[in-house]
Design a protein around this ligand. Sequence first.
Ligand SMILES: [Zn+2]
Length: 449
Amino acid sequence: MRLFLKKGLGLLLVVMLLWLILTSYITVAEAAPPAKNVVLFIGDGMGYGHLTLGRIFKGNALTVDGFKYNGTVSTYPNDPVEKWVTDSSAAATAIATGVKTYNSAISVDVNKKPVETILEIAQKKGKATGLVTTTRITHATPAAFAAHNVDRDAENEIAVDMLNHKVDVLLGGGKQHFISKEQGGKREDGRDLIAEAKKMGYTVVENRDEMLKVTRGKLLGLFKMSHLSFEIDRDSGREPSLAEMTKKAIEILSKDKDGFFLMVEGGRIDHASHIHDGAVVARDVLAFDEAVKVALDFAKGRNDTLVIVTADHETGGLSIGGYGQYNFEPEVLKLQKNSIEEVIAPKLTPDNIKQVFSNYLGIEDLTIDEMILMLNAFKEKDKNPSAVVNAVADIMSKRALLGWTSTAHTGADVPVMAYGPYAETFTGHIDNTDIFKLMVQAIGLKIYR
Ligand SMILES: [Zn+2]
């Protein structure tokens, strides 16, 4: 009996061992090779309506329409007051760390403790890293990948934190947070972070031509004091486009034999949506889409690069068609030459309304009601500095039948699309925290929060 038991146990052990070897072999054989490179695109405030607007404006399919794998993403934060509507920092924290947090947190949890980001994890794996944006580089979305702060507005602190993270490529605006007040910036500690960055080995560039010349090494590009221009206003000789910055970042980062992680943000889709400037939203969506094409062209020539496109939240409650009508008039928006907020409204006075509407908005038939709206806005301007901007945006949106439900963000789901290794995991309905988890899985790490 004893002998039989021993023999039985022995046999069982052998069978179990064989089983273990076999199953581990099968899992290894089944798992696809990890993605060496990850390019994550975030269209700030870019909901489904924004994509439709861009597509109609272009008159053709967007690059992002060609992604075979896509899904929907829920975006709500873990905020005690603003329960269902996230801001950019809580959403970026969720995407960068897999942890939901309160609005205005930069990669810290609800207890204000720092949480490790996908960029930090990629660095630990020896990968090169990059952040590219059309906002200040210290703004919520890029900040959440390479800084930890209890408050998104502490951009001077965030600039120091981001430099200390030794991100290989940083391209965007926000020079004001890198230089002292004496130098014309916003730093109160007298530090010159541009000089410090140079000492750390960064090449620092401040215009398009300087950027295009750099081909390797660490690169810090700060092209404006605050945000970069809206695409519609951009001086293409001086300021690089989002696509050009993306191309440069990939060119430099792809030299790392361990691969790279790059986040690219179309950061001002959100800004234009807050003020209901549809023509500017459309152009910034198209500029974002062109940047996606750059990464997709890179990924298509190989089988090791995962490209993900998503948004942090929807802004404006944008709808194609509005004001109770079954129509939309994109041609109205196509005549607009500049952004309302940064170029057109500053030119307006009560005396030149007709002339500015004709020159910049292609409107020759301003109605009496519209004229009254504008004149009232000027009267209101002392109490409400954005009254004139809002009035122009209202006139344009009504003429185009572009609908808006809010001047803030909404809790609507946003899109996610993916291409490359593990792209099929970014399908169905997921949460924004899943994007972090799926990226970690895609680069070959199994343990995640
Ligand atoms: Zn916003």
